[in-house]
Design a protein around this ligand. Structure first.
Ligand SMILES: Cc1ncc(COP(=O)(O)O)c(C=O)c1O
Length: 215
Protein backbone atom coordinates (compact mmCIF):
# COMPACT_ATOMS: atom_id res chain seq x y z
CA UNK A 1 0.00 0.00 0.00
CA UNK A 2 1.27 3.48 -0.74
CA UNK A 3 -0.08 6.75 0.53
CA UNK A 4 1.03 10.29 -0.13
CA UNK A 5 0.10 13.13 2.21
CA UNK A 6 -2.40 15.46 0.58
CA UNK A 7 -3.42 18.39 2.81
CA UNK A 8 -5.62 19.85 0.05
CA UNK A 9 -7.65 16.64 -0.14
CA UNK A 10 -7.67 16.60 3.68
CA UNK A 11 -9.33 20.02 3.71
CA UNK A 12 -11.86 18.83 1.13
CA UNK A 13 -12.68 15.77 3.27
CA UNK A 14 -13.02 17.96 6.34
CA UNK A 15 -15.25 20.50 4.57
CA UNK A 16 -17.48 17.76 3.12
CA UNK A 17 -17.87 16.22 6.55
CA UNK A 18 -18.64 19.49 8.28
CA UNK A 19 -21.17 20.50 5.67
CA UNK A 20 -23.06 17.23 5.23
CA UNK A 21 -22.36 14.73 8.01
CA UNK A 22 -24.28 14.70 11.28
CA UNK A 23 -22.15 13.03 13.95
CA UNK A 24 -23.60 11.09 16.86
CA UNK A 25 -23.54 12.37 20.43
CA UNK A 26 -21.98 15.70 19.61
CA UNK A 27 -22.70 19.39 19.48
CA UNK A 28 -22.22 19.65 15.75
CA UNK A 29 -20.76 23.15 15.69
CA UNK A 30 -17.93 22.21 18.03
CA UNK A 31 -16.69 19.25 16.02
CA UNK A 32 -13.18 19.07 14.61
CA UNK A 33 -12.88 15.47 13.35
CA UNK A 34 -9.54 13.94 12.45
CA UNK A 35 -9.60 13.09 8.75
CA UNK A 36 -8.26 9.59 8.22
CA UNK A 37 -6.55 9.00 4.89
CA UNK A 38 -5.14 5.51 5.40
CA UNK A 39 -4.66 2.79 7.97
CA UNK A 40 -2.51 -0.27 8.43
CA UNK A 41 -2.06 -2.57 11.40
CA UNK A 42 -2.26 -0.51 14.59
CA UNK A 43 -1.82 2.84 12.86
CA UNK A 44 -3.83 5.42 10.99
CA UNK A 45 -2.56 8.37 8.95
CA UNK A 46 -4.11 11.77 8.46
CA UNK A 47 -3.90 13.74 5.22
CA UNK A 48 -0.95 15.75 6.49
CA UNK A 49 1.02 12.53 6.78
CA UNK A 50 0.90 12.32 10.57
CA UNK A 51 0.95 8.76 11.91
CA UNK A 52 -1.31 7.89 14.84
CA UNK A 53 -1.38 4.83 17.05
CA UNK A 54 -5.00 3.72 17.19
CA UNK A 55 -5.27 2.57 20.80
CA UNK A 56 -8.96 1.76 20.57
CA UNK A 57 -8.90 -0.06 17.20
CA UNK A 58 -11.59 2.42 16.10
CA UNK A 59 -14.59 1.08 18.05
CA UNK A 60 -12.66 -1.97 19.24
CA UNK A 61 -13.82 -3.58 16.01
CA UNK A 62 -10.49 -3.84 14.21
CA UNK A 63 -8.48 -5.56 16.90
CA UNK A 64 -7.01 -7.80 14.24
CA UNK A 65 -5.40 -4.72 12.73
CA UNK A 66 -6.45 -2.20 10.09
CA UNK A 67 -6.51 -3.55 6.55
CA UNK A 68 -5.56 -7.08 7.53
CA UNK A 69 -4.90 -8.79 4.20
CA UNK A 70 -6.96 -11.87 5.06
CA UNK A 71 -9.95 -9.77 6.05
CA UNK A 72 -9.66 -7.65 2.91
CA UNK A 73 -9.38 -10.73 0.72
CA UNK A 74 -12.39 -12.40 2.34
CA UNK A 75 -14.52 -9.26 1.95
CA UNK A 76 -13.51 -8.88 -1.69
CA UNK A 77 -14.19 -12.52 -2.47
CA UNK A 78 -17.62 -12.53 -0.85
CA UNK A 79 -18.60 -9.17 -2.39
CA UNK A 80 -17.87 -10.60 -5.80
CA UNK A 81 -19.94 -13.70 -5.10
CA UNK A 82 -22.95 -12.61 -3.06
CA UNK A 83 -22.97 -9.25 -1.37
CA UNK A 84 -26.26 -9.27 0.52
CA UNK A 85 -29.16 -11.51 1.52
CA UNK A 86 -32.25 -10.85 3.61
CA UNK A 87 -32.52 -12.38 7.10
CA UNK A 88 -35.11 -14.98 6.09
CA UNK A 89 -32.82 -16.80 3.66
CA UNK A 90 -30.12 -19.35 4.38
CA UNK A 91 -26.56 -18.72 3.33
CA UNK A 92 -23.37 -20.77 3.48
CA UNK A 93 -21.26 -18.07 5.15
CA UNK A 94 -23.84 -17.15 7.76
CA UNK A 95 -24.37 -20.80 8.65
CA UNK A 96 -20.63 -21.43 8.87
CA UNK A 97 -20.09 -18.32 11.00
CA UNK A 98 -22.91 -19.39 13.35
CA UNK A 99 -21.45 -22.87 13.66
CA UNK A 100 -18.01 -21.53 14.58
CA UNK A 101 -19.41 -19.04 17.09
CA UNK A 102 -21.47 -21.76 18.77
CA UNK A 103 -18.40 -24.00 18.96
CA UNK A 104 -16.45 -21.22 20.66
CA UNK A 105 -19.25 -20.03 22.90
CA UNK A 106 -19.22 -23.00 25.21
CA UNK A 107 -21.85 -25.17 26.87
CA UNK A 108 -25.56 -24.40 26.49
CA UNK A 109 -25.02 -22.14 23.49
CA UNK A 110 -26.87 -23.58 20.53
CA UNK A 111 -27.80 -20.84 18.06
CA UNK A 112 -26.68 -17.41 16.93
CA UNK A 113 -29.04 -14.49 16.41
CA UNK A 114 -27.39 -12.12 13.92
CA UNK A 115 -28.50 -8.54 14.44
CA UNK A 116 -27.93 -5.37 12.44
CA UNK A 117 -25.65 -3.74 14.97
CA UNK A 118 -24.68 -3.31 18.58
CA UNK A 119 -27.74 -1.47 19.84
CA UNK A 120 -29.97 -4.01 18.11
CA UNK A 121 -28.10 -6.82 19.87
CA UNK A 122 -28.43 -5.13 23.26
CA UNK A 123 -32.14 -4.50 22.74
CA UNK A 124 -32.77 -8.13 21.88
CA UNK A 125 -30.58 -9.42 24.69
CA UNK A 126 -32.50 -7.34 27.24
CA UNK A 127 -35.82 -8.45 25.78
CA UNK A 128 -34.85 -12.11 25.76
CA UNK A 129 -33.50 -11.95 29.31
CA UNK A 130 -36.68 -10.34 30.58
CA UNK A 131 -38.94 -12.83 28.85
CA UNK A 132 -36.85 -15.74 30.06
CA UNK A 133 -36.30 -14.63 33.67
CA UNK A 134 -39.48 -12.57 34.24
CA UNK A 135 -37.19 -10.05 35.90
CA UNK A 136 -36.79 -6.44 34.83
CA UNK A 137 -33.66 -4.98 36.37
CA UNK A 138 -30.68 -4.50 34.08
CA UNK A 139 -27.21 -3.79 35.40
CA UNK A 140 -24.97 -1.58 33.34
CA UNK A 141 -21.65 -0.03 34.18
CA UNK A 142 -21.08 3.64 34.88
CA UNK A 143 -20.01 5.41 31.67
CA UNK A 144 -20.68 2.34 29.59
CA UNK A 145 -22.22 2.68 26.15
CA UNK A 146 -24.82 0.34 24.71
CA UNK A 147 -26.15 2.06 21.63
CA UNK A 148 -28.68 4.70 20.63
CA UNK A 149 -31.98 2.81 20.59
CA UNK A 150 -34.60 2.90 23.35
CA UNK A 151 -33.51 0.30 25.91
CA UNK A 152 -29.85 0.53 24.91
CA UNK A 153 -29.71 4.25 25.53
CA UNK A 154 -31.57 3.78 28.77
CA UNK A 155 -28.82 1.44 29.89
CA UNK A 156 -26.27 4.09 28.89
CA UNK A 157 -26.39 6.33 31.90
CA UNK A 158 -23.50 8.61 31.12
CA UNK A 159 -23.86 12.34 30.73
CA UNK A 160 -21.35 12.31 27.88
CA UNK A 161 -23.91 10.40 25.83
CA UNK A 162 -26.67 12.82 26.51
CA UNK A 163 -28.50 10.89 29.21
CA UNK A 164 -27.90 13.76 31.59
CA UNK A 165 -29.82 12.68 34.63
CA UNK A 166 -29.46 8.95 34.71
CA UNK A 167 -31.64 6.19 33.37
CA UNK A 168 -34.91 7.47 34.74
CA UNK A 169 -34.60 10.55 32.55
CA UNK A 170 -34.62 8.63 29.30
CA UNK A 171 -37.90 8.84 27.42
CA UNK A 172 -37.52 5.15 26.71
CA UNK A 173 -37.78 4.24 30.37
CA UNK A 174 -41.51 4.37 30.74
CA UNK A 175 -42.11 2.54 27.51
CA UNK A 176 -39.60 -0.24 27.74
CA UNK A 177 -38.88 -0.71 31.41
CA UNK A 178 -41.35 -1.60 34.07
CA UNK A 179 -39.66 0.15 36.99
CA UNK A 180 -38.10 3.30 35.55
CA UNK A 181 -36.34 4.72 38.57
CA UNK A 182 -34.52 1.59 39.64
CA UNK A 183 -34.35 -0.53 36.56
CA UNK A 184 -30.83 0.27 35.53
CA UNK A 185 -28.17 0.27 38.18
CA UNK A 186 -24.78 1.70 37.45
CA UNK A 187 -21.56 0.27 38.74
CA UNK A 188 -18.60 2.58 38.61
CA UNK A 189 -15.70 1.26 36.58
CA UNK A 190 -12.82 2.88 34.80
CA UNK A 191 -12.77 6.17 32.98
CA UNK A 192 -12.49 6.26 29.22
CA UNK A 193 -9.02 6.05 27.80
CA UNK A 194 -7.64 8.40 25.22
CA UNK A 195 -8.29 6.68 21.98
CA UNK A 196 -5.26 7.58 19.93
CA UNK A 197 -1.86 9.18 20.15
CA UNK A 198 0.19 10.84 17.49
CA UNK A 199 3.43 9.02 16.79
CA UNK A 200 5.33 11.42 14.61
CA UNK A 201 5.01 15.17 14.10
CA UNK A 202 5.17 14.57 10.40
CA UNK A 203 5.74 11.49 8.34
CA UNK A 204 7.65 10.84 5.15
CA UNK A 205 5.66 10.62 1.99
CA UNK A 206 4.79 6.93 2.14
CA UNK A 207 3.63 4.28 4.54
CA UNK A 208 5.86 1.23 4.85
CA UNK A 209 4.52 -1.27 2.41
CA UNK A 210 5.56 -4.52 4.04
CA UNK A 211 4.73 -4.04 7.70
CA UNK A 212 2.58 -6.74 9.25
CA UNK A 213 -0.83 -5.80 10.58
CA UNK A 214 -1.04 -5.94 14.36
CA UNK A 215 -2.29 -9.23 15.70
C1 LIG B 1 -20.21 -1.76 23.90
C2 LIG B 1 -21.11 -1.28 22.80
N1 LIG B 1 -22.39 -1.70 22.77
C3 LIG B 1 -23.22 -1.26 21.81
C4 LIG B 1 -22.78 -0.38 20.83
C5 LIG B 1 -23.74 0.10 19.78
O1 LIG B 1 -23.40 -0.44 18.56
P1 LIG B 1 -24.07 0.10 17.21
O2 LIG B 1 -23.52 1.47 16.98
O3 LIG B 1 -23.64 -0.89 16.18
O4 LIG B 1 -25.56 0.11 17.39
C6 LIG B 1 -21.47 0.06 20.83
C7 LIG B 1 -21.02 0.99 19.80
O5 LIG B 1 -20.01 1.66 19.93
C8 LIG B 1 -20.60 -0.38 21.85
O6 LIG B 1 -19.34 0.03 21.88
Amino acid sequence: MSFSPDPTQGKHVFDLDRQYVFHSWSAQGALNPMCIAAAEGSYVWDYDGNKWLDFSSQLVNVNIGHQHPKVIAAIQEQAGKLSTIAPQHANDKRGEAAKRIVELAGPNMAKVFFTNGGADAVENAIRMARIHTHKHKVLSTYRSYHGNTGAAITATAASCHGNQNGPQASPASSATIARPASTVTMVRTTARLRSSIRITPSEPSSIGSSSQPAA
